[in-house]
Design a protein around this ligand. Structure first.
Ligand code: FMN
Length: 347
């Protein structure tokens, strides 16, 4: 009943209005509605979709990607929208406003978004206080970054500051070294930078799993070098991938700078996932993200080696029942392919 009501409200009232609004205003409106519990849409709870994320049993493999709830203001609402886990952030050590507006653009024909938000963040102290009070029992990851004006030589200190503050309130941490919107941050993806960073984070990684979020724009060789260094230095997995600066998959003409997410990212994100899984085996986690819009996309990503997946752009385009719709489609796809449980996908 609540689900049907949420869908009707979304399709009839919010969507036509929101899609005419500036994209960031529409995002803020959606987040406000979510924070205040105006939209909910439960996901199916089916035994054959169950899995685990860092030893937490979860009802299915679909979570919310970083960037939608950057400050954890809607932390207790994500399970009611059908997500089995959520990633908050990117959180920076000190509060910062992010880039100048406009900085978020929909490319409707492409099923894509361009963003150059630039880590608008309430800062680690405010977010950790909020997360301390969370009621939700789903696993919460916290994605951390550095402040814009901090030079890369001082970046490790800032990741450590954020990690120490946020690890006690997080179920896992993600080191974001792949945003295209913070100048120079992608230079922290070299094996030596990753080793240095993870050595400094060693005390935190003894308490909480640390994952690295990688860029789809690095070559396969560079990604494998980065991943190898990360695994040797104590990382427990990867979030694959962040947004891309590549415009070759777009049919829309746009000169907006920033990272592209959504459908044009799908193929590259699948390839990166397959490559990292093939190269390094199964003894670490992959959270697959980038262009997952349908149940078939989710199944494809799990077959490519992801343990669980996340969405952002699909949620922005398909509305509050996206998780539920994708999981229903996943079950149909599994039935069509004769797959009984998700465990069958791991070799
Ligand atoms: C508006 C917007 C803001 C984002 N902000 C962040 C962020 O702060 N940190 C991060 O790691 N990823 C961020 N992302 C990237 C997403 O987490 C995800 O990696 C990417 O959008 C690909 O997934 P999708 O195709 O399902 O959107 C953002 C994406 C969008 C569209």
């Amino acid at each position: 009943m609540r689900t049907r009501r949420a869908l009707v409200i979304y399709e009839k009232l919010i969507k036509p209005f929101a899609f005419r609004m500036d994209a960031e205003r529409a995002h803020n409106l959606a987040l406000w509605l979510i924070e205040n519990g105006f939209v909910t849409c439960a996901a199916p709870n089916e035994p054959h979709l169950r899995t685990t994320l860092f030893q937490h049993p979860i009802p299915h493999p679909l979570g919310l990607a970083a960037g939608f709830d950057k400050n954890g203001t809607a932390i207790d609402q994500w399970s009611g929208l059908g997500f089995s886990f959520a990633e908050i952030g990117t959180v920076t050590p000190k509060p910062q406003p992010g880039n100048e507006k406009p900085r978020l653009f929909r490319l409707v024909e492409d099923g894509a978004i361009i963003n150059r938000m630039g880590f608008n963040s309430h800062g680690a102290a405010a977010v950790s206080k909020r997360l301390e009070q969370r009621q939700t029992r789903i696993p919460i990851g916290v994605n951390i970054g550095k402040n814009k004006t901090t030079p890369n030589e001082k970046a490790a200190e800032e990741y450590v500051e954020c990690a120490e503050r946020l690890a006690p309130v997080a179920d896992y941490l993600v080191i974001n070294v792949s945003s295209p919107n913070t100048p120079g941050i992608r230079d922290l993806q070299t094996p030596s930078e990753i080793r240095t960073l993870l050595q400094r984070l060693h005390p935190v990684s003894m308490k909480r799993p640390i994952l690295i979020k990688l860029s789809p724009d690095s070559s396969d060789a560079d990604l494998c070098a980065a991943a190898g260094a990360a695994l040797e230095s104590g990382a427990q997995g990867f979030v694959l991938t962040n947004t891309t600066t590549d415009r070759s998959g777009l049919s829309s003409t746009t000169n907006e700078q920033g990272g592209v997410s959504g459908k044009p990212l799908r193929c590259r994100a699948v390839d990166v996932c397959k490559r990292i899984r093939r190269e390094f085996g199964r003894n670490f986690a992959i959270i697959g993200v980038g262009g997952v819009f349908t149940g078939a996309d989710l199944l494809e990503r799990l077959k490519a080696g992801a343990d669980v997946c996340q969405i952002y752009t699909a949620f922005a385009f398909r509305g509050p029942c996206t998780a539920r719709k994708i999981l229903e489609e996943l079950q149909q796809q599994m039935a069509a392919e004769g797959i009984r449980t998700l465990n069958e996908l791991s070799p």
